[in-house]
Design a protein around this ligand. Structure first.
Ligand SMILES: *[C@@H]1O[C@H](CO)[C@@H](O)[C@H](O)[C@H]1NC(C)=O
Ligand SMILES: *[C@@H]1O[C@H](CO)[C@@H](O)[C@H](O)[C@H]1NC(C)=O
Ligand SMILES: *[C@@H]1O[C@H](CO)[C@@H](O)[C@H](O)[C@H]1NC(C)=O
Ligand SMILES: *[C@@H]1O[C@H](CO)[C@@H](O)[C@H](O)[C@H]1NC(C)=O
Ligand SMILES: *[C@@H]1O[C@H](CO)[C@@H](O)[C@H](O)[C@H]1NC(C)=O
Ligand SMILES: *[C@@H]1O[C@H](CO)[C@@H](O)[C@H](O)[C@H]1NC(C)=O
Ligand SMILES: *[C@@H]1O[C@H](CO)[C@@H](O)[C@H](O)[C@H]1NC(C)=O
Length: 415
């Protein structure tokens, strides 16, 4: 399942992948060929350069000047005008003029570099890829990033970037892969992000505070991960707009409130649904019994009530059903004995009579005395893009299951 998802992503990235591999091999060849002669070449000797490589030289030197710590000397050969020989810098033939070489990729993954991104980044107009996973870059993303009209993959994950959602990202016309995980971005996530023709969006583990759900219709994303942010509010029915693409929805620890809308049951491709560690109230929607591909269902650590419906317990692919730390008071039919179906489960700390490790009678009584009416407090996305009901909104997430997206170091970039 995870691999088919990755395949579909990768298929769309194939052209880029080929470009990238071609650029790596030409670059390696170039490095190899130039090795002997570079040693004797004077720094000022006119390089086999062109205007665009010169622009890249200006940009990379400006970047090097705002690198304050480079413990593995990753950028120590960023010297002189031959930028294509710089470590982590990849050149290829220009798309508009194959006779011209240009800088198409910068890959500093795991270099542990501390520094800033300079405004001169906007001079690297031929970049298709930026990979900066697991460094210590800080500050804000310069507005000049918007100049990179060929940028296809932007991976800024696991750094120390701050500030609002980097708006230049919204101007990048061919961006397909955006990874902002594990930074300190804050404030709202602009709805325009979901209107882009983008394949994968990872914004989990930041300090984003809301994401306006209204325009959930625009998305073509097959992967969206928004876990561990401070979203508040409910999951709107418009989550159903993801039905044709969404395979994994991870909304862990995003301060979700309100009831789960029945529309979650329309996400017929879902294999993983994890809404654990929120403040979701009300019952399990019976529509979940339509999720024929669902393998993992995690509702733990919420305030859910009612009974655990048999329709969910008999889902054909269900392998792990975790609903501990809620206030469920009844299990229908086979739900009482999931072991007999070979389903891994956790039902602790509920209000289930005759099950061990349940909440106290008092705790259960207190909660059950205040029943929730999900019809009354439904979550509606307004035309203006706001959400009424419990306030803001959602956070879908979709992850190749085996990938540790909730851990910072792994960069799931296409290339
Ligand atoms: C990096 O360069 C400095 C100065 O040349 C040197 O002292 C240090 O050992 C180098 N570090 C590594 C990891 O090569
Ligand atoms: C944007 O790119 C153009 C070349 O395409 C360059 O002339 C210009 O200086 C760049 N702007 C910024 C702000 O970097
Ligand atoms: C999304 O919905 C808005 C408002 O209903 C509409 O204007 C827009 O065209 C839709 N976008 C897509 C991609 O369908
Ligand atoms: C939940 O998310 C918040 C940030 O919104 C974070 O501070 C906290 O550590 C997360 N909790 C867990 C258990 O990961
Ligand atoms: C079942 O899922 C829960 C929540 O994701 C996880 O903590 C647990 O380890 C899983 N159990 C098994 C046996 O895979
Ligand atoms: C659950 O089902 C298994 C096998 O069908 C059976 O052996 C076991 O006694 C049942 N457990 C309970 C608590 O009913
Ligand atoms: C909980 O409610 C039940 C039924 O209303 C009642 O019999 C029981 O005494 C209550 N228990 C506590 C601890 O309040």
């Amino acid at each position: 399942m995870a691999s088919s998802l990755l395949c579909s992503i990768t298929a769309r990235a194939l052209i880029l992948l080929l470009l990238y591999l071609a650029s790596m091999s030409t670059n390696l060849a170039a490095k190899h060929n130039h090795h002997g002669y570079r040693r004797h070449r004077s720094r000022n000797r006119s390089p086999t350069s062109n205007q665009r490589l010169h622009q890249a030289y200006v940009a990379l030197q400006a970047w090097k000047r705002v690198i304050y710590s480079d413990p593995s000397n990753f950028t120590s050969n960023w010297v002189g005008p031959d930028v294509c020989s710089y470590r982590g810098v990849y050149c290829t033939a220009s798309l508009d003029d194959p006779k011209i070489r240009v800088v198409a990729g910068v890959d500093l993954n795991s270099a542990d570099i501390a520094g800033f991104l300079p405004i001169e980044l906007g001079l690297l107009t031929d970049l298709a890829l930026i990979h900066l996973n697991s460094n210590r870059f800080c500050g804000i993303i310069p507005q000049t990033l918007a100049n990179l009209s060929l940028l296809y993959e932007l991976d800024l994950s696991n750094n120390r970037f701050v500030g609002p959602f980097p708006s230049p990202v919204l101007c990048l016309p061919v961006l397909k892969f955006l990874d902002l995980r594990y930074n300190e971005f804050e404030g709202p996530v602009p709805p325009q992000l979901f209107q882009k023709e983008i394949d994968a969006i990872f914004i989990n583990n930041n300090r984003f505070s809301s994401a306006v759900p209204a325009i959930l219709n625009g998305t073509s994303a097959s992967v969206i991960v928004i876990a561990n942010n401070k979203f508040e509010g409910c999951l709107p029915p418009s989550i159903a707009n993801f039905a044709d693409t969404l395979e994994e929805l991870l909304l862990i620890n995003t301060s979700l409130t309100g009831c789960l809308p029945p529309e979650v049951g329309y996400l017929y491709k879902l294999t993983v649904l994890d809404v654990s560690q929120n403040k979701i109230v009300g019952p399990i929607p019976y529509s979940l019994s339509g999720l024929a591909h669902l393998e993992q269902l995690n509702l733990a650590h919420n305030l859910m009530t009612g009974s655990v419906p048999e329709g969910v317990c008999i889902l054909p692919s269900l392998a792990n059903f975790t609903f501990s730390y809620n206030f469920f008071c009844e299990e229908e039919g086979i739900c009482m004995n999931l072991t007999s179906k070979g389903i891994k489960y956790d039902d602790r700390r509920n209000c289930l009579p005759e099950k061990p490790f349940q909440r106290s009678q008092k705790e259960c009584n207190d909660t059950l005395e205040h029943p929730v009416d999900c019809f009354e407090q439904h979550c509606v996305a307004s035309a203006a893009g706001g959400v009424s009901g419990s306030s803001t909104l959602f956070a879908p997430a979709l992850v190749p299951a085996a990938t540790p997206l909730l851990s910072p170091s792994m960069a799931p970039s296409f290339t």
